[in-house]
Design a protein around this ligand. Structure first.
Ligand code: SF4
Ligand code: SF4
Length: 280
């Protein structure tokens, strides 16, 4: 298939919400409590694994939730299935509440195939020092080339608290990524303190790429907890770009890029992985 995407940056990627349910209940969670439930069953997971195995080439499957490790099938079926039945790489976004034995087993199962381990710091449910101790311990269990990053939601007016966490995390050599609090799909309004907090670090800005040709839906898609595959997060928000369902076999990717119709792009993957033509 012809493609104008940047080949050196192109990394086909799935963002997979393996579970809706979470073992935390953060007051600021962008997933409403009503929506934050559900754990697909074993038969559905088999269908998902078959759909991923059928993807051409090597993709990165980014597992998130809810909380992925809180799904009882994550360590017994999902991760082993991805490793045994597909050629793909795996990444995970977690609140790091899994036990150390579970994390050790995850590191062993995914050895050589794990790309990004994103650990989110939620101070309503964990103490900063406990989190840092576990994170530094875990980094020692992982391959050297795994990109380990600590995410933290940053709120307007709470930059000082975030700065204290940032300093403690960076002091032990971990990478800190500010997740700017979102409202209505876009980033909340911050004052000048934000730039002092972030400096030159990347953050989850939400730029406008309306009109640019985008390969989301072809080289990237997002799967929700019900198995529905969406061409991107904006498309899902607008209830557009449905690519079918990976649980019932109706999933099909687009074959061509499309002009972005949205005024906000909250999807960092297509942008960072060279799928939006003309985006910086
Ligand atoms: S850990 Fe994440 S998914 Fe779970 S309640 Fe907190 S913000 Fe929501
Ligand atoms: S919102 Fe972003 S990912 Fe979605 S179509 Fe537009 S540019 Fe592509």
């Amino acid at each position: 298939m012809m493609s104008n995407v940047t080949p050196s940056r192109l990394k086909p990627t799935v963002e997979w919400q393996v579970a809706g349910a979470c073992n935390y209940d953060c007051s600021y969670c962008i997933q409403s409590k009503r929506y934050r439930k559900g754990r697909p069953d074993s038969v559905q997971m088999d269908s998902a694994l078959r759909a991923f195995a059928a993807l051409p080439g090597t993709w990165e499957i980014k597992c998130s939730g809810g909380e992925a490790f809180a799904h009882p099938l994550f360590m017994s079926q999902i991760v082993p299935g991805l490793m045994e039945q597909t050629p793909h790489h795996i990444s995970v976004l977690t609140n790091l509440s899994a036990t150390r034995p579970e994390l050790m087993r995850f590191a062993a199962l995914t050895r050589g195939r794990l790309r990004v381990f994103s650990a989110s710091l939620h101070l309503e449910f964990t103490a900063l020092q406990d989190f840092i101790d576990k994170a530094t311990w875990l980094v020692d269990q992982l391959d050297l080339d795994v990109d380990f990053v600590v995410n933290q939601v940053v709120f307007p007016g709470q930059e000082a608290q975030a700065a204290a966490c940032r300093d403690a995390i960076e002091a032990v050599g971990l990478r800190w990524f500010p997740q700017l609090y979102k409202v209505n799909g876009g980033v909340a309004e911050f004052g000048p303190e934000l730039e002092r907090l972030i400096g030159a670090r990347p953050a989850n800005r939400a730029p406008n790429f309306q009109g640019l040709r985008c390969w989301a839906g072809v080289h990237y898609f997002a799967v929700d907890k019900d198995g529905r595959a969406w061409s991107c997060r904006s498309a899902k928000r607008e209830k557009q770009g449905l690519l079918g369902n990976i649980f019932d076999g109706s999933f099909e990717r687009w074959t061509q890029s499309r002009a972005c119709p949205y005024t906000i792009c909250p999807c960092t993957v297509p942008r960072n992985r060279g799928m939006i033509e003309g985006a910086a």
